[in-house]
Design a binder for this molecule. Structure first.
Ligand SMILES: Cc1cc2nc3c(=O)[nH]c(=O)nc-3n(C[C@H](O)[C@H](O)[C@H](O)COP(=O)(O)O)c2cc1C
Length: 332
């Protein structure tokens, strides 16, 4: 059975990519992931914010001094960035030396002027591609949707200008016109779009009146979020589409491929079942392909995307009315 695919112009031996997370920071894990049959890995993101937080704390320390030596700040800026980048570059190099499947680096930047600094170093270190984790929470009451979207296009423009390796953009679903935005983004010259990233969801501790994280890992039921959009977007974009969120087993992989994903990413299920779990997902995919006489991924990819559907409206149904008509619930 041939599970090989092409994603971002790279040859992957299977469509399952292990997504960016703490799992992909250890070389030992990467070796296990490769052995389990994954097609590629995305390293944990280097977060520009982390670097800034560190930078800020150094500045604060410096300002506590009676006579702050501000002349050192340039040095700190350079040194801290160098230190973080150095560690990340080492991770890329070690990963490339340890495994043969493609190593995709990941950056999470918030300021456009820092992108080139990170991106160039990552390319030089030998990453096969770069995934750019882009997220601007649309919570600024004074900004229009267009102003926020413009920031994405500016960043993408800049990153494409300076890199030769393939670039994928990982986005959220917080857009007022998601389909049109993704289509426009896919036509900027980038190589892939990852739908979707998962974010910190705030919850409240109602006794201590503090904000706490909730549901760090996804649930299998979260698949519906990405599956709808894979179905709607696939076959209509100018770049690859990789589905991420809620892919917990082989069945979910099959569904995303049927919806038209070029590849899928998985993370939470590996936290739950161990890093070698990809082999079980692949076994499930192969068994299903055998049952339906499919020899390669292209034999069924996109079979259930909206563009290939005789009833496209089904993918856009959002109300529960019909569901409740058919299902009888004992609500007493
Ligand atoms: C513990 C944890 C750490 C993560 N770290 C990153 C990260 O550094 N960069 C990133 O782009 N996504 C990160 N993610 C998001 C995942 O790559 C993935 O997009 C998300 O979890 C949805 O996939 P899943 O449903 O298979 O978990 C992280 C997710 C988890 C659970």
């Amino acid at each position: 059975m041939d599970l090989s695919i092409k994603y971002l112009g790279l040859n992957l031996k299977s469509p399952i990519v292990v997504g960016s997370s703490g799992i992909t920071t250890s070389i030992e894990n990467l070796k296990k992931i490769e052995k389990s049959g994954a097609g590629a890995i995305v390293l944990k993101s280097i977060f520009e914010e982390e670097i800034y937080n560190e930078y800020e704390s150094v500045i604060k320390e410096e300002l506590k001094e009676d006579a702050p030596n501000l002349g050192y700040l340039d040095y700190y800026d350079f040194k801290i960035k160098e230190e973080n980048i150095k560690n990340y570059i080492n991770l890329i190099k070690e990963a490339k030396a340890a495994i043969d499947i493609p190593v995709i680096a990941s950056i999470n930047c918030v300021c456009s002027y820092e992108w080139d600094f990170f991106a160039k170093k990552i390319q030089e270190a030998g990453a096969d591609a770069l995934e750019v984790n882009l997220f601007i929470l649309p919570s600024d009451f004074s900004k229009t949707a267009q102003e926020i979207e413009e920031k994405y296009f500016k960043l993408v423009d800049k990153i494409k200008q300076i890199l030769d390796i393939p670039v994928a953009i990982k986005i959220s679903y917080y857009f007022s016109n998601l389909a049109a935005f993704v289509k426009k983004l896919s036509e900027t010259g980038i190589d892939g779009i990852v739908t979707f990233n998962r974010f910190f969801h705030p919850d409240f501790d109602i006794d201590n009146f503090t904000v706490i994280p909730s549901n760090v890992l996804s649930f299998p039921s979260d698949l519906g979020i990405s599956l709808r959009w894979t179905s709607i977007l696939s076959g209509r974009l100018g770049c690859d589409l990789i589905a991420s969120t809620g892919v917990h087993d082989g069945t979910a992989v099959i569904k995303q491929l049927l919806a038209g994903a070029d590849a899928v990413q998985t993370v939470s299920t590996l936290y739950k079942h161990g890093v070698g779990y990809v082999s079980e997902m692949i076994a499930e995919l192969e068994a299903w392909m055998k049952k339906h006489n499919f020899e390669k991924i292209d034999d069924f990819k996109g079979k259930m995307s909206q563009v290939n559907s005789p009833n496209p409206a089904e993918y856009e149904r959002v109300q529960f009315m019909k569901y409740f008509e058919h299902k009888k619930y004992d609500l007493d």
